[in-house]
Design a protein around this ligand. Structure first.
Ligand SMILES: [Zn+2]
Length: 372
C-alpha cells in the first residue's frame, strides 16, 4: 500500500531508529515491553513504534540499569522507533487521586510510591535528560495533565505550568543535542497541548508552544468526558490550532471508533493500552462483512468477539475472516476459547497479536478512504 501523506502532505518522520510512516497506532510498552508479545510479533503486526514511559521506567528497573544495558532499544530488544512519554499523565492519574503520594509544583513532579521509601523528583530538565539517555526517538515534554471536568482555575494553572515546563524542556533538549555529534536523523521533541474543555486555554497553550517551537504536538488531558464519550469537538479544535505540517498524537486514544474519529480530524499518531488490554481480557476486534463508507466508520465497521462466550466452544472459524494476522491464519475460535478458559499464557500472545494487527488494518483502511 502506498504511504498516504499526513494532512500536511509530509509523508515521513525520520528519527534515529528509522522512518515512520503516519498515520499509525503505537501500543503501550510502559515498562519496556508490550505484555505477552515479543518485538518480532509486533513487527509482524506492522507496528512501527511503541510508547515507553519514563515515569515508570525510572522506578522499575531504574535509570542506572537502563543506561548500563545501553538504553531502551538494547535493553528491550526492540529495534524500531521508541516514543517516550514523560509521565505527566501518570502523575495526574496517581497523584491527583491520592495527594499523599506526592505533589506537583512549578519545580516538577515529586512522587513517593506506596511500596518505596524513596522519593522520585521529575523536573522538566531531568525528564529530557532521562529520555535522551534512554535512547528515545521521539521525546514528549513533561506536562501538567487535567481532567476536562476540573475547575477553570486548575485548567489555567495546568496550562501555565505546561508552557513553562515545555520551554525548560526545549532549552535542555537543545543544549544536550548541541553537544552531540551525529550525522543521522536526530531525536525529536513533541509538546503537549493542555487546556481542558476551554477553547481559550487550548488556544493560549497551542500558540505559546508553537512559538517556542517543537517537532510535533500532542492533544493532552484525558480524551474522554465523564460519560466515557470522546471529546471530539475539543480534539478537532485543538488540531486546527496546530499548523498542518506538524504531526500530532492523540494521546490515550485507542478504541477503534475513537481512532477513526481522530484520524478523520487530522491526528496522525495514536497510543493506548486499550487494544492490548482488551485482547488479554477476552475482547477481540473484528471487521464487519460490509465495510461502511468513510464517514460511517466508528459507528459501524467492526464488532467485538468475546472469546469467553460458550458459543465459541466448537467454532471452526478464525476471529475474523478479514484479518491476515498469524493468529487468524492458524487458529480457530474454539481453540482460542479453550486457551482462554484454561488461562494459558499462549492465549494472551495470540489475542494481542490479533488486536494489534486489527489496529494496523483499521488505520490503513481509514486512510485509504481518505485518499480516494
Ligand atoms: Zn487476526
Amino acid at each position: 500500500m502506498s504511504v498516504p501523506p499526513m494532512r500536511s502532505g509530509k509523508r515521513f518522520i525520520d528519527v534515529p531508529s528509522g522512518r515512520l510512516e503516519p498515520p499509525f497506532f503505537m501500543p503501550d510498552a510502559t515498562f519496556g515491553f508490550v505484555r505477552s508479545v515479543e518485538p518480532d510479533d509486533l513487527v509482524r503486526c506492522g507496528i512501527q513504534a511503541v510508547v515507553m514511559n519514563v515515569f515508570h521506567l525510572m522506578q522499575h528497573p531504574g535509570s542506572s540499569v537502563i543506561r548500563a544495558l545501553g538504553g531502551l532499544h538494547s535493553f528491550s530488544g526492540w529495534g524500531l522507533p521508541i516514543v517516550t512519554d514523560s509521565g505527566g499523565f501518570q502523575a495526574y492519574s496517581l497523584i491527583r487521586r491520592d495527594l499523599d503520594l506526592g505533589s506537583i509544583t512549578s519545580r516538577g513532579i515529586s512522587y513517593r510510591p506506596n511500596s518505596s521509601s524513596r522519593r522520585f523528583l521529575l523536573t522538566p530538565e531531568k525528564s529530557i535528560q532521562l529520555q535522551l539517555s534512554y535512547g528515545s526517538d521521539i521525546l514528549v515534554c513533561l506536562d501538567d495533565c487535567t481532567h476536562v471536568s476540573e475547575s477553570m482555575h486548575s485548567q489555567r494553572e495546568s496550562v501555565e505550568r505546561t508552557i513553562e515546563w515545555a520551554e525548560r524542556c526545549r532549552t535542555e533538549f537543545t543544549k544536550i543535542l548541541q553537544r552531540r555529534k551525529s550525522d543521522g536523523p536526530k531525536p525529536l521533541l513533541y509538546a503537549v497541548v493542555q487546556g481542558g474543555g476551554s477553547r481559550q486555554l487550548r488556544r493560549l497553550c497551542a500558540e505559546s508552544l508553537i512559538e517556542i517551537g517543537f517537532d510535533g504536538y500532542a492533544y493532552g488531558g484525558y480524551p474522554l468526558d465523564d460519560r466515557g464519550e470522546l471529546l471530539t469537538d475539543m480534539l478537532g479544535y485543538t488540531r486546527e490550532l496546530v499548523p498542518d505540517e506538524y504531526p500530532m498524537i492523540a494521546l490515550g486514544v485507542g478504541s477503534p471508533s475513537n481512532v477513526a474519529k481522530c484520524l478523520a480530524i487530522g491526528y496522525d499518531m495514536f497510543d493506548s493500552s486499550l487494544p492490548t488490554r482488551d485482547a488479554r481480557q477476552g475482547r477481540l476486534y473484528a471487521f464487519d462483512d460490509n465495510l461502511p463508507s468513510a464517514d460511517e466508520w466508528g459507528k459501524s465497521g467492526y464488532h467485538y468477539v468475546y472469546i469467553r462466550d460458550e458459543k465459541h466452544i466448537k467454532n471452526k472459524e478464525p476471529i475474523s475472516p478479514h484479518c491476515d494476522c498469524p493468529t487468524c491464519s492458524r487458529y480457530k475460535l474454539a481453540y482460542l476459547h479453550h486457551l482462554f478458559k484454561r488461562k494459558d499464557l499462549l492465549y494472551s500472545r495470540l489475542a494481542t497479536i490479533h488486536n494489534l494487527r486489527f489496529m494496523k488494518l483499521l488505520i490503513d483502511r481509514l486512510q485509504a478512504d481518505v485518499d480516494e
